[in-house]
Design a binder for this molecule. Sequence first.
Ligand SMILES: [Zn+2]
Length: 167
Amino acid sequence: MKGGYALLIELDNDLVLNVKRKEFLLRRGFYLYSGSALSGLECRVKRHMRNFKKKNPITNLKETDLIKHHWHIDYLIPSAASMAIVYWECQFRTECLLVNFLKEEGAEPIRGFGNTDCKSKCGGHLLKCDTGNISETINLIRPFLKKMKLQEYVMFQSSTSIGNINT
Ligand SMILES: [Zn+2]
């Protein structure tokens, strides 16, 4: 399956993240990371969720479930207090389109985060969102998906503090 996805991430504390000789200061709050997988979308989504669960005390995972850090986002996910993933099937890359849509709505890209391969001058593929919870952060994407006529799936939702989000 090909497509795009968004990770909705809650940080409950300010975080200084050192990744590959760059330092990012992330204030507590809600973030959206925009990604694409032109092959193996479901594998990508599961990989991100495994990374979240790795440091989540409510789950018990085996050694073999641990993943290697490869992308900027891999370093951030284990610090998330909660995380959800929305994904959609699509034949082309949506990551930069979504970032630009959200920038027009006022979201702030984190400069240099996750956009090493970006050719669209996004500034960053992680955005700080002015929202109060994960559900509101998901709602930021919905007008984009509607405009693009993309069907969303909410595969996972992980937090003890918010209710279930039905797929
Ligand atoms: Zn981009």
